[in-house]
Design a protein around this ligand. Structure first.
Ligand code: SF4
Ligand code: SF4
Length: 88
């Protein structure tokens, strides 16, 4: 069984899909997300993860993004190996 302590969460931003609308930044309750200084191929400043350690994996950013530009994954310790798994 995996305990809560052994799980950490992360966000993957699909940079080229992001239009920099900042909805996810405004809805994230933990200040995990910020705006990148680099422009993507569409000419927008995409979102980037600035405080990964604060992410609770709540899924709000995933749910509010109109462009499906966010994936959420969990990292687990299984048999002493760190495994990464897509959650949303
Ligand atoms: S999953 Fe929740 S805490 Fe993590 S970045 Fe998204 S809104 Fe913020
Ligand atoms: S809500 Fe989606 S499109 Fe808008 S800034 Fe966040 S990741 Fe980018």
């Amino acid at each position: 069984m995996i305990s809560q302590k052994e799980v950490s969460y992360g966000i993957q931003i699909k940079e080229e899909k992001c239009k920099g609308c900042q909805i996810c930044i405004n809805f994230c309750p933990r200040g995990v997300l910020g705006i990148s200084k680099k422009i993507n191929k569409k000419g927008f400043y995409p979102v980037e993860v600035i405080h990964k350690e604060k992410c609770s994996g709540c899924g709000i950013c995933f749910l509010v993004c109109p462009d499906v530009a966010i994936e959420i994954y969990g990292e687990f310790d299984i048999n002493s190996k760190r495994k990464k798994s897509l959650i949303m």
